[in-house]
Design a protein around this ligand. Structure first.
Ligand SMILES: [Zn+2]
Length: 197
């Protein structure tokens, strides 16, 4: 998405100020259209209707733009350095926004900037991934604390006098809760093999 540039003199420029409202709208819309489509100021005849739906009979106002010198026939030679030069013996039929490169970047410039931006983004992403990989590696090499519940920390289970699980103790609860519901400590305690001190 290239930016479209106008200077603060644009509406009072001699060639632009003299345009009718519809021609002014067509001219400015054409600059936006060309920037979007990267045509370097070239407006193919077949695309004129698509430049703006707001101007009816655009060919009539295209003729007005030519008369005022803001546009010219695409096959007419133009000596301005800021006007896109005809390629391969000339453009197909249509118009050229005269001095388009005076303010708007060329297609080549836009593509070059897009490539540079993509390269910068990739470099930034690679650098960020490098940092997070380094952090992960540092975390993996840290000494790990002994897991809870190992050793002597296991609480004795509540048992009835006959040695069977009591009907009302925590040990007697039916195991219907999911593992996710159990507290971490309880899960660790239950996973410790029976008989461990
Ligand atoms: Zn020109």
């Amino acid at each position: 998405m290239p930016w479209v540039r106008f200077d603060d003199q644009f509406p009072i420029h001699r060639k632009v100020d003299g345009l009718s409202d519809a021609a002014y709208r067509l001219h400015t819309s054409a600059i936006f259209w060309s920037a979007r489509n990267l045509t370097d100021g070239f407006l193919p005849r077949g695309d004129l209707d698509g430049v703006t739906a707001r101007v009816r009979t655009p060919a009539r106002f295209a003729a007005e733009c030519v008369k005022r010198g803001t546009w010219h026939d695409s096959r007419e030679p133009c000596t301005s350095q800021k006007c896109p030069a005809p390629v391969d013996g000339g453009y197909p039929q249509g118009w050229v926004i005269h001095d388009y490169w005076d303010y708007q970047p060329s297609k080549e410039q836009v593509l070059r900037e897009r490539e540079a931006a993509a390269r910068r983004q990739k470099k930034w992403r690679d650098a960020r991934n490098g940092v997070s990989n380094a952090t992960n590696n540092a975390l993996l090499t840290l000494p790990r604390p002994a897991p809870k519940g190992s050793g002597t920390g296991k609480p004795p289970r509540a048992r009835a006098a006959n040695g069977r699980p009591s009907p009302s103790g925590s040990a007697a609860k039916p195991r219907t809760r999911s593992a996710a519901d159990r507290s971490v400590a309880e899960a660790i305690a239950e996973s410790t093999p029976e008989g461990e001190p």
